[in-house]
Structures are given as C-alpha cells and as structure tokens.
Design a protein around this ligand. Structure first.
Ligand code: PAF
Length: 286
C-alpha cells in the first residue's frame, strides 16, 4: 500500500500548505466530501487531477445540511479506511476539520441561495441547501483552490453551488463529475451501504426505470404521462415512496412540459428509509 496522505485539521495548516504550493507555482484542486469514500469520490479526484497539479480532499460530515430525523448521527465515519483509499490516488493533502473549526462559537452566518433551491430537494429537505452552500463557501474560502469538483449525482447541489459561486464572484472553477454507477447501474452513494440485500436489489431498478422515461420522452411521449408512469413503476418495483420524478430544464431546474432540445430528469425514491437520488440527461434528436 502507498503511504497515507497527510491530514491537517486546521484552517491555518491548510492555508500554509496551499500558500507554499502556490509559491512553487502549483495549482490547487479541492474535492469536498463527507467521507465514506466510494469509487464515485475517487473518480472526482482522477477528474480534477486533469485540471490542477495538487488535489486536496476535504472530509467533513456537515451537521448544518442534515435535517431533524435525518442520518447525521449515524452517517458512516470511516477516516482510516478513507485514508487508505486516498493513498491509491493523487491526493496530496486531506483536510479534516472538526465541527468547532468549521463552526466556531459565535458563528452566525448562513449562505442562502434563492430561486433554484425553491423546488425538488429544496422542498423535500428544508434548510438542506443553506447548509450545503454555507459549508462549501467556507471550504472554498479556507482552501482558496483554483478548481473544485462535485458529482453530478447531486445534480441540484451542483447547480446551487454554481449559482452562489457566480453570484458572489468566488474566484474558482466549478467542475462537475459524471455519475459513477455500480454494475447494475445504481448510482454510487455512501448511503447505498444502508440497504439490505433485498433493498439493494430493488434499488437497482431506479436507473432502469429512469432510462425508460428518458427514451419515452426523447421519442415524443408526454412529459406528464412519462413522469406518472415512472412513479407508478417505481412503486410497483418495491420502492416505498417516490418523492419526485421531475423533467426539468438542465440549467434552471424549472419544470418542463415539452422537451424540444435537452432536459434533465431528476428523481428521489425511498426504500428501507434510504432516499436514493438519480438523474439523467434527455436529448431530443432534431
Ligand atoms: O456532496 C457532499 O458530499 C456534500 O454535500 C458536500 C458537498 C461535501 C458538502 O458537505
């Protein structure tokens, strides 16, 4: 096994590393994570390494993006295993602050993004995007990377981050990493580990049903009809609930009723108390 990457836990140590690297003419990339790393995360490191000299990975389970009754307490924390996985990548530094470093006593600023957060995950998880936008703002200011990368599995999160980076003119390139899928097509996620064998089998249907919707809409089916069919099929396949199946504009995430060119379908379906997110592009041939 390769040597484990160096871990720093303070903003001061992070900045010292970044400043020294910049003095040597190196560019910096940040891969923000909450740990419990899987091959989706590792692909983000591979991707950002094509754009910058030095990828830094942050690991921080951010309390402010979890709602009441969500899995903050039980979210998997496996730092040693994460470091062993990172040892096999180009990661040069791991930034793993504790909650006090990120939210010191007296901290009272929240970054709240309007518009795009008013639907889908924003409605299903009130306050979630405030927590994400706040912690990602802090991470970007603490590290000051040239680029940062986020997975497209959390498609709305990526859109929210792009929005506040543009609005606040944060000097960083935001990159999106394609969804990494398991052999049955299930989008890689740290929360997949919560599923039983039976639940995991049902979960594998999500991408299949979504791909069917994409084909139907691209072939000219009514969007409303395709959304309803996908919802019914998910429930019939064994999902306990479907939070939404929504065909939206890929940039604004506004609902779309007629797809003329490109669109995106976003979904969240629940099984065994786990919310599974997925999304796919819809391209209509001209
Ligand atoms: O996608 C995640 O893992 C988290 O939402 C992020 C971007 C690391 C912020 O806590």
């Amino acid at each position: 096994m390769n040597e484990l990457p160096r871990v720093v836990r303070t903003i001061t140590a992070l900045r010292q590393f970044v400043q020294a690297s910049r003095a040597e003419g190196k560019t910096i990339g940040l891969v923000p994570t909450m740990g419990a790393l899987h091959h989706g995360h590792l692909s983000l490191i591979t991707e950002i390494s094509k754009h910058v000299d030095l990828p830094i990975v942050s690991i921080f389970v951010n309390p402010t993006q979890f709602g009441e009754g969500e899995d903050f307490e039980t979210y998997p924390r496996e730092e040693q295993a994460d470091l062993e996985k990172l040892a096999e990548t180009d990661t040069v530094l791991v930034y793993a602050p504790d909650a006090r470093e990120m939210y010191p006593p007296g901290d009272s600023t929240t970054v709240s993004v309007g518009g795009i957060t008013g639907r889908l995950e924003g409605t299903a998880r009130p306050g979630h995007f405030d927590g994400v936008a706040t912690v990602v703002s802090k991470l970007l200011l603490q590290c000051q990377p040239d680029a940062a990368i986020f997975g497209e599995k959390d498609y709305q999160q990526l859109a929210v981050i792009r929005q506040f980076v543009r609005d606040l003119t944060v000097p960083v390139d935001i990159l999106g990493g394609p969804i990494i899928r398991e052999t049955d097509g299930l989008a890689a996620s740290s929360r997949n580990a919560y599923l039983s064998e039976a639940g995991r089998k049902v979960a594998g249907q999500l991408n299949v049903i979504l791909a069917r919707l994409v084909a139907e809409v691209a072939a000219g089916s009514s969007v409303k009809h395709a959304e309803q069919t996908a919802t019914d099929t998910l429930l019939a396949a064994g999902f306990h609930a479907v939070d939404y199946v929504a065909v939206v504009d890929p940039a604004t995430l506004e609902p779309v009723t007629v797809v003329n060119r490109s669109a995106r379908v976003l979904t969240v379906a629940r099984i065994e108390g786990v919310r599974l997110l997925d999304n796919m592009a819809i391209e209509v041939p001209r």
